[in-house]
Design a protein. Structure first.
Length: 282
């Protein structure tokens, strides 16, 4: 009998993976974590019945989460990552030469340890970078108690269930506002919009009172099934979203960063949202 993993994100529909080999499985005390090999997707990590990341398509998600805000800002020196224990966000942030320090707040050390061991290409040595400061703590508490200010804040959380649920609350967003520089930008994973439309509506309602601009951009990640994934975008700097195409192109070229998905053209196009998402913002 073939050993399979059935994703349980939605009660009436999902996707199934053949587990060619289970590499690691544990209940960490925070969440149930399993890492397995699959012929199509390489190494796959799942938490509490939900696929988190795969070796094959992680680059799409991580490049879009990082390079869109970083290229729009253009001079981010201090970056804060909430979550992101697999190290992919950290890896991409550290490709930007403007960055002087990155603080990553992850609730579960075991996720980091297991990903370094079983998904080494995600972090690609980023955890050894002297610019990286890793804090094992609750992200909501951290942003509400933090006295530092950051240019870009990236929330790479699980879906709003279990330990990830608090990273979609007004208290979390208030904390983000408190430690974001006036000209900075906050972005966050916000689910597959067609399947999780309520997340878009709720996030927008909670972010709009705090920031002059709350919106979304999008990207399609194959293993996050159901259509495009939306990324929340919040800032008081209204110029960022309007950064001219030529400026983005110049910054990208000057950075020397090699990407497999992100381009300046994709950057521009990602802010063009389908009507059903725009309807959530009314």
């Amino acid at each position: 009998m073939t050993n399979t993993y059935l994703e349980t994100l939605y009660p009436s529909w999902g996707q199934q993976f053949v587990m060619d080999e289970v590499l690691f499985e544990v209940n960490t005390g925070h969440q149930h974590l399993v890492i397995f090999n699959n012929a199509q997707w390489g190494t796959v990590m799942a938490l509490d019945g939900v696929i988190q990341t795969t070796e094959k398509d992680e680059f799409i998600y991580h490049e879009m989460m990082v390079h869109v805000p970083m290229m729009a800002h253009g001079n981010a020196k201090k970056v804060l990552i909430i979550g992101g224990g697999d190290g992919g966000i950290l890896r991409e942030v550290l490709k930007h030469d403007t960055v002087e320090s990155v603080t990553q707040v992850e609730i579960d050390q075991q996720v980091i340890d297991m990903c370094i061991k079983y998904l080494p290409n995600h972090s690609a040595g980023a955890y050894d970078n002297p610019k990286a400061n890793i804090v094992i703590a609750d992200g909501v508490d951290f942003v509400n108690e933090c006295t530092e200010k950051f240019d870009v804040i990236i929330s790479d959380s699980t879906d709003p269930m279990g330990p990830g649920e608090v990273l979609f609350t007004s208290r979390f967003y208030q904390g983000i506002k408190n430690c974001l520089n006036d000209d900075g930008v906050f972005v966050a994973q916000n689910g597959v919009s067609f399947m999780q439309t309520d997340e878009v509506t709720t996030t927008y309602k909670r972010l709009s009172p705090l920031f002059k601009q709350a919106s979304f951009y999008s990207g399609a990640v194959p293993t996050y099934v159901g259509g495009i994934m939306t990324f929340a975008w919040a800032t008081d700097n209204l110029d960022l979203i309007e950064t001219p195409d030529e400026v983005i192109k110049q910054r990208f070229k000057a950075s020397g960063i090699k990407t497999r998905f992100y381009t300046p053209e994709v950057h521009k196009g990602s802010f063009a949202l389908p009507q059903y998402v725009l309807d959530c913002l009314k």
